[in-house]
Design a protein around this ligand. Structure first.
Ligand SMILES: [Zn+2]
Length: 298
């Protein structure tokens, strides 16, 4: 993967197209009827178009058959469960993106989306368990539906949530050192974030991409959302004491909110209305993931 990524700097000869299969989960209870799936095919088309625009320079495209399948669950929690997900009808080959929307934030109400990396299921390509090739999102993160982060209330309905999760499936890590469980000092975090050592990449310390700024988090390991981000200027309102900061100024964690703002990288945790940049290095890594794990040309 790393060797492929380093060698893969040119324009892709041909775009690889992933099929997208779409399921809207509805939660039904006896007395109050069903909730969920109240969006149109136009909204999904807009979502797919958003991703195609973002990933075009990575040589990755998405095609959708225009059908929203409905699936009924008995509770919100059931939509998050492997058993329920794996019992859904499977379509296409193991590389089809199975998008499943939930009427509520995921995992008890706090999460906008999740997925699995290609490395977690590509070895099973063509066989079970294909139910790993899925992407879950809160349905209100679709373009224009008004979904918000429960952490800070930031608007999250630009289409970037699904694009971010698809980025993960294409092996893109977050842009910062994942300090949640290590709580190291700023200098150590920045060193790890900038590292190209496969050990650091595999441990999520580094995103394994040279042209994303090395970043650290507040030592508490909590993740900042840049709320109220202005797409053109990067100005934002930061209501949290926790912050990402660039390693060029990582001599400590300064007070205030004058931190480096990686506000628009798709794989950061900024205001979701601003997340739309995939760097050339990230594009090379995603393309390499396709070559290695989908096409078997590593
Ligand atoms: Zn993420």
């Amino acid at each position: 993967m790393q060797a492929c990524q380093a060698a893969d700097t040119g324009v892709p000869a041909e775009s690889y197209t992933f099929a997208v299969h779409w399921t809207a989960a509805q939660v039904c209870s006896g007395s109050s009827g069903c909730i969920g799936g109240d969006y149109t095919t136009e909204t999904v088309h807009e979502q797919i178009a958003f991703m195609n625009k973002l990933f075009a320079h990575a040589g990755v495209a998405f095609t959708w058959d225009g059908v929203i399948h409905n699936a009924t669950a008995g509770s919100y929690d059931e939509v998050d469960e492997d058993g329920w997900i794996c019992a859904l009808p499977r379509y296409g080959d193991g590389m089809t993106f199975h998008v499943i929307t939930s009427p509520r934030h995921l995992f008890g109400g706090g999460v906008l989306g999740y997925t699995n990396y290609l490395s977690s299921f590509s070895k099973q390509y063509g066989g079970f368990p294909q139910c790993l090739n899925r992407v879950h999102i809160f349905e209100k993160t679709l373009p224009g539906l008004g979904g918000r982060s429960v952490v800070d209330g930031g608007l999250s309905d630009s289409g970037a949530v699904l694009a971010h999760e698809v980025g993960h499936q294409l092996m893109l890590h977050h842009t910062w050192f994942e300090a949640t469980w290590e709580r190291q000092e700023a200098a150590a975090q920045c060193h790890g974030s900038a590292s190209m050592d496969p050990t650091d990449i595999a441990a999520f310390r580094s995103d394994g991409v040279r042209d994303t700024t090395a970043q650290s988090l507040n030592y508490t390991g909590q993740i900042i959302r840049f709320v109220g981000c202005h797409p053109a200027t990067g100005l934002y309102t930061n209501s949290s004491i926790n912050a990402q900061q660039s390693c060029t100024s990582a001599v400590g964690f300064p007070a205030g909110d004058a931190y480096y703002n990686n506000y628009n990288n798709l794989m950061s945790y900024g205001d979701k209305t601003c997340l739309r940049t995939i760097t050339a290095g990230q594009a090379a890594r995603a393309r390499c993931a396709v070559k290695c794990m989908v096409l078997g040309q590593c």
